[in-house]
Design a protein around this ligand. Structure first.
Ligand code: ADP
Ligand code: ZN
Ligand code: ZN
Length: 738
């Protein structure tokens, strides 16, 4: 007898452990780890997921109940993925149930696409019938035609091919079937997610820097070393070409590869390059797909017909049998951190999955995250550098526009003098321009237009944001202040919130440059399945001169005719109310600059800012990553922010505000009393104080030791479980939030 340990599908912390059931013999071959099952639980029938299969009963076998059924989805036998779920649950403070569902997303059986196929029961039967027909005085021509068609091909033919392309009716097929001459079968067909892709271009011969990188890795592999590599290569240095060479090498050795790309950069252009190189071995998965399309891609990977999976963070759980390589492109992207429980970071989970399966990881970026750079400098990752653009193309020239000066000179427009002048120049030369508005950081920070400073929390050194109560709040510690009348630093009365939208920018652009054709790209103009791709194609084909947009336009595109990029308000990300503001700004400027001058003509970039002396802006303008890093890491060290310390964000939600407040206070008290050495900040309103009618209270815990934070989340979980008062409130944990 075999037994299955299962986790039942209930999001109650109390029931978050395994329960054992026996496996009836008739479903034994399908009852594998990772498979969904149905069991009797108390009086209820409940769904669950198998975690392990064993032949040792945990209790008296007579008291173990049998599994009721196994779902029809293809069984997964991937023990490492189960281990990965355990890792997610312990490392990111989620229930095992949530972790298992993340790793084994439900694959709906009904979503399979099937097609009918027709074949002869035997060749002879077909020939005999054809003979019989020819002896008749008035034979059915269509019936004869169908038999000939079936005799001609080696395999069975799709029903739709017979009816649609050959004009033979369904009745004729059915009659042949009922006469026992033909048979009709039902077959699974896979939807091709990237049918229309693939005019990307040919493989390049690698240049010296690219070859040095691939050779280093291949040499390491040949002596059995599996490192995590940080590929630090400037924009346009040809990282994708390196990835493809490594994938090709991996495939040759029988391995499968996963390529993680931020959803926002998962573009037609990027995918086409992979499809050109690896053809039908490549597949893509993304959130815009239907359930059916997604399932098909996962099933193809499992069956081995797809061996390179490209996608955003969820592609990390592709059930490959022989994983050899995981690439995390743009590894610094915050979208690799999951926004729902378990709040895992795909970069770190990639490293763990690779470790479990003997694969290796390449993290690529032109602007590595502070976390990864620290690990590389500490020797935990191996750093590989590409410091030049391919074909010796120069990096773009970067200009800083000091918007404080512009204001003093009486320029209140959204364009600095320099930017306006350069745009006119490009329009004259029939070159293209990108105007970039980084909206991500926008959330009501207040800053001084004269000196550029935003109002920061005295305890946390992050920008405070304006709340409905009219006060400035710090999201970390809850410190509150009135909005000052004049700037505390320079005394200027020009203190204001920063508001700007892409629509306003579009209008202003059209007004100032009346001859120019302008396209706007943001969440509103790119709705629909192809909205995004259509606008990109339009710009690519030079059907517009100026592209105005949010961060979605600066990722993963190669527009050879763009020779000017304007960053309209670099301060938007600099003053974002979290400790990563400077890092995001450095990355944003560098990525945006990377869009300029990718073709033959060199490019230029204009950064508009009220804080031209800020280290992240200065370093970005000089393309000096290490200068930025040195400043940034000392700030993190001083304030004990990650990676020089760790932060646990605890979110308490309830539809009843008073309840949320009370429970948050309970938790904060529990932690401060039990863990004396750690710093407990808050509770206070979350950045999003209310969402979908739920009030949200935040507590931040700081500690230099990640394991202490795990312990805190575990014990807080137990504390909450033992308290009945939580039935209409919930608690969420987020480690090192993004
Ligand atoms: P990155 O990802 O580092 O920004 P890409 O891989 O997108 O850079 O490469 C930038 C451009 O250079 C692409 O158009 C690519 O086709 C081209 N390229 C890459 N490697 C080479 C090479 N060895 N020789 C010539 N062109 C190359
Ligand atoms: Zn000021
Ligand atoms: Zn604070």
């Amino acid at each position: 007898m075999k037994y299955a340990d299962i986790v039942i599908d209930i999001s109650l912390e109390k029931l978050d452990k395994t329960f054992q059931y026996s496996i009836p013999a008739e479903i034994e071959d399908r009852a594998l780890p990772g498979t969904r099952v149905c069991v009797q639980f108390g009086k209820r029938k409940i769904k669950g997921i198998i975690v392990t299969v064993t032949d040792k009963p945990k209790i008296d076998p007579d008291r173990i109940r049998p599994l009721l059924s196994v779902s029809n989805e293809s069984p997964s036998e991937n023990d490492t993925l189960v281990s990965l779920a355990f890792y997610l649950s312990s490392h990111y403070g989620s229930t095992l149930n949530q972790a298992l569902k993340t790793v084994f997303p439900a694959r709906n059986h009904a979503a399979e696409k099937r097609e009918k196929y027709v074949s002869l029961t035997s060749h002879e039967a077909g020939e005999k019938e054809l003979e019989r027909l020819s002896s008749l005085s008035r034979p059915s021509m269509k019936r004869a035609e169908l038999i000939k068609l079936l005799l001609a091909g080696k395999d069975s033919l799709p029903w739709s091919f017979i009816t649609k392309e050959n004009g033979i009716s369904s009745a004729v097929i059915r009659k042949l079937e009922s006469d026992g001459i033909a048979s009709v079968s039902d077959r699974r067909v896979y939807r091709d997610a990237i049918r229309d892709f693939g005019d990307g271009g040919k493989a390049h011969a690698l240049n010296d820097e690219q070859r040095a990188v691939t050779e280093t890795i291949k040499t390491d592999l040949s002596i059995g070393k599996r490192y995590t590599y940080l590929l630090y290569g400037v924009t346009g240095s040809g990282k994708t070409e390196v990835y493809m060479e490594l994938i090709s090498d991996c495939l040759k050795k029988g391995g499968d590869a996963i390529v993680l790309i931020p959803e926002i950069a998962l573009t037609y252009q990027t995918v086409s390059r992979f499809k050109d190189r690896f053809g039908s071995l490549v597949s893509v998965i993304n959130s815009r797909m239907s359930d059916g399309e997604r399932k098909d891609q996962i099933d193809r990977a499992e069956s081995g017909s797809c061996r390179v999976m490209i996608g955003p963070r969820s592609a990390l759980f592709t059930p490959f049998q022989h994983l050899g390589l995981i690439i995390v492109d743009e590894e610094h992207e915050s979208s690799y951190k999951s926004g729902i429980s378990p709040r895992y970071h795909a970069r770190d989970v990639a490293v763990e999955r690779a470790r479990l399966e003997g694969a290796y990881v390449v993290l690529g970026s032109a602007t590595p995250s502070v976390e990864s750079m620290k690990k590389a400098l500490d020797g935990e990752y191996k750093m590989l550098t590409m410091s030049r653009r391919v074909m010796d193309r120069p990096l773009p020239r970067i200009f800083l526009s000091d918007m404080r000066k512009e204001l003093r000179l009486g320029n209140r427009s959204i364009f600095s003098g320099r930017l306006r002048e350069l745009i006119n120049d490009r329009l004259e030369k029939k070159q293209q321009v990108i105007l970039f508005l980084n909206r991500r950081g926008i959330s009501g920070f207040v800053s001084c237009r004269s000196c550029g400073e935003s109002i920061k929390c005295p305890h946390c050194s992050v920008s405070m944001t304006l709340h409905k109560d009219g006060l400035l709040h710090c999201h970390y510690c809850g410190h509150k202040e009135v909005v000052p009348r004049v700037c505390p630093r320079c005394g200027s009365p020009y203190i204001a919130g920063f508001r700007a939208g892409t629509e306003a920018v579009e209008e202003e652009t059209k007004r100032i440059f009346p001859g120019a054709r302008v396209i706007r790209m943001d969440a509103d103009t790119t709705r629909g399945r192809d909205g995004y791709n259509n606008l990109i194609k339009k710009f690519m084909h030079h059907e517009a001169d100026i592209l105005v947009g949010t961060q979605m336009i600066i990722k993963g595109h190669d527009f050879p005719e763009v020779t000017l990029v304007g960053i309209l308000a670099a301060d938007l990300s600099l003053n974002s109310p979290d400790f990563r503001g400077a890092e995001r700004t450095y990355q944003m400027i560098t990525q945006a600059a990377g869009r300029a001058g990718r073709g033959e003509t060199p490019g230029a970039v204009v950064i508009q800012t009220y804080q031209p002396d800020n280290y992240s802006i200065k370093a970005a303008a000089e393309s000096d990553y290490m200068a930025f890093y040195k400043e940034e890491i000392s700030f993190r060290r001083l304030m004990h922010y990650p990676p020089e310390g760790h932060l646990l964000h605890i979110l308490i939600t309830s539809a009843d505000e008073e309840k949320a407040e009370r429970k948050a206070a309970d938790v904060a008290r529990f932690i401060s009393e039990k863990f004396k050495g750690t710093r407990v900040l808050g509770p206070d309103d979350d950045v999003i104080a209310k969402l979908k009618d739920e009030y949200r209270k935040s507590i931040y815990i700081k500690d230099n030791d990640y394991d202490v934070l795990i312990k805190i989340s575990d014990e807080t979980g137990i504390f909450v479980r033992e308290d009945r008062g939580w039935s209409d409130a919930a608690i969420w944990f987020d480690f090192d939030p993004q």
